[in-house]
Design a protein around this ligand. Structure first.
Ligand code: GLN
Length: 485
């Protein structure tokens, strides 16, 4: 198999056996990015000097035996994480000139492990979107079909993996932005329990929903990444104090007796039968591995999209108030006065989708509409969370498709935001409840990847990795790569 589609375990073995150095490995990926990424647009910024300097240090660490499994392994970082002395844009014109003065905790942790940052990946503006088409830096193309979107908002992160530009990527997920693009690009990705990964230095979209997580080719690689990313951080007030967990420790546990819930609301008549056939095949495979299938109900799950699209914009409108042209980021030229500066800076600096969210969010959280929309949405959020807790009394995990459809054509849903919002049908509920969710490859429909989702109770990440790893030990979907690459 070519070097650029190898897993971390394989690459770490190659480094340890001196088949290649980290400098050579890094150069290999940088060369591929330089020659091929003009076709996909997966990176906003590539950092070759920094990457090669880090790789040199990693090679010294390897020579001394002072390593972690990630030492010398290249990684693509989503451009939502602040990176010291490196441009950090969040996909927005508003931050096109922003050089972060410090590193996000996630970046610090990968640096400490000796991973190599190749650059910063493209994304929907402020992570708002399901297709990567709202980025100020232009759409990303799906390596499985360049006419199609890679999903979003972590679109560059997944395109970089699918095109063999990096073995690992970070993503963030507010309503589905790790899992939905993972499904569209035949990758594995996990949104952890809220609070497991520090949000310090991760540009805020909707603070009560945002979580960073791993994207990779296999569940095992994702578990390795989460080992590095997770942990208490006193600089994030929502970070959870919990004992250090080894997310790889249970990968090989038997699935005998595991109960998998199939929510009847997701397996009903509205679902696409071709996608559901693949999900039923996943369920069958789990049965073969010893799991038991149980029909369950999540009675309020149908309300998750309207609830999400009240709460997320409300939080976003507050978080994005900081971009005022005063402190950092874009400022309009020659403002007449202070008010003109605020208005034009925000009018010129934000794209259409971000403005739509700010307007919705300001409306639903305004004094006159707060009770009818925001407060109501918070109550429904509780009901949705309770549904999951009732379900987890009956079952260990919940199975569903990740997305109701496969990757759509670039341009297709741009004039129909409501339809675009429905991409999060299966994923947004877990963010509202703060639960972990994982997406992994389930097969192909007309040559386009389809993903399945596993949702677990709080802190069940190791169980989700175990289940996905066992599935991947018995199937080959996740090993497929785009023919042209
Ligand atoms: N598609 C959703 C949105 O546009 C989720 C985005 C995300 O998870 N960052 O809000």
């Amino acid at each position: 198999m070519s070097l650029h589609f190898k897993t971390v375990i394989q690459l770490a073995a190659g480094l340890a056996n001196k088949e290649f150095s980290s400098v050579e490995l890094t150069q290999h990926f940088l060369d591929r990015i330089a020659t091929l990424d003009t076709q996909y647009n997966s990176f906003i910024t590539v950092t070759p000097e920094l990457a090669l300097a880090q790789a040199k240090i990693a090679d010294q660490r390897i020579a001394k035996g002072d390593t972690t499994v990630l030492t010398g392994i290249p990684i693509a970082q989503k451009d939502i994480f602040c990176t010291k002395d490196v441009k950090t844009t969040c996909g927005s014109k508003m931050l096109d000139n922003f050089i972060a003065p410090y590193n996000a905790t996630v970046i610090e942790k990968f640096n400490a492990a000796g991973a190599i940052m190749l650059g910063k990946t493209n994304m929907d503006e402020f992570a708002m979107g399901s297709s990567n088409q709202t980025s100020y830096y232009g759409p990303v193309r799906n390596p499985w079909d360049p006419e199609r979107v890679p999903g979003g908002s972590s679109g560059g992160a997944v395109a970089a993996l699918a095109a063999g530009f990096a073995p690992l990527s970070t993503g963030t997920d507010t309503g589905g932005s790790i899992r939905q693009p993972a499904a569209y690009c035949n990758l594995t990705g996990l949104k952890p329990t809220y609070g497991v990964v520090s949000r310090f230095g991760m540009i805020a979209f909707a603070s009560s929903l945002d979580q960073a997580g791993p994207l990779a080719r296999t569940a095992e690689d994702c578990a390795i990444m989460l080992n590095c990313m997770a942990g208490f951080d006193e600089r994030d007030s929502t970070s959870l104090e919990m004992p250090q967990t080894d997310y790889t420790a249970h990968l090989n546990d038997s699935l005998h007796g595991i109960k998998i819930g199939l929510p009847k609301e997701f397996f009903g008549n509205d679902a696409d039968p071709a996608i559901m056939d693949l999900i039923h095949a996943v369920a069958k495979q789990y049965e073969k591995l010893g799991a038991e299938l149980v029909e369950i109900s999540l009675p309020n799950i149908g309300l998750s999209i309207p609830t999400y699209y009240v709460i997320a914009p409300a939080e976003a409108s507050s978080n994005l108030a900081r971009y005022d042209g005063v402190r950092y980021g874009y400022r309009c030229s020659n403002p007449k006065d202070l008010e003109d500066m605020y208005k034009r800076t925000r009018g010129e600096g934000f794209g259409a989708e971000v403005k739509r969210r700010i307007m919705i969010g300001t409306y639903v959280s305004s004094a006159t509409h707060y009770d009818a929309f925001y407060l109501k949405a918070q109550k429904v959020r509780q009901l949705i969370s309770q549904d999951y807790q009732v379900a987890f009394k009956q079952v260990d995990v919940i199975l569903s498709p990740t997305v109701p459809n496969t990757a759509f054509k670039i341009g297709e849903l741009m004039d129909d935001p409501i339809k675009m919002y429905l991409s999060d049908l299966y994923t947004a509920g877990t963010n509202l409840a703060g639960l972990p969710g994982l997406s992994a490859p389930a097969g192909f429909l007309k040559d386009l990847p389809v993903g399945f989702q596993l949702i677990g109770n709080y802190f069940s990440e190791a169980k989700l990795f175990n289940m996905a790893h066992q599935y991947q030990q018995h199937t080959t979907w996740h090993t497929q790569t785009p023919e042209a690459l």
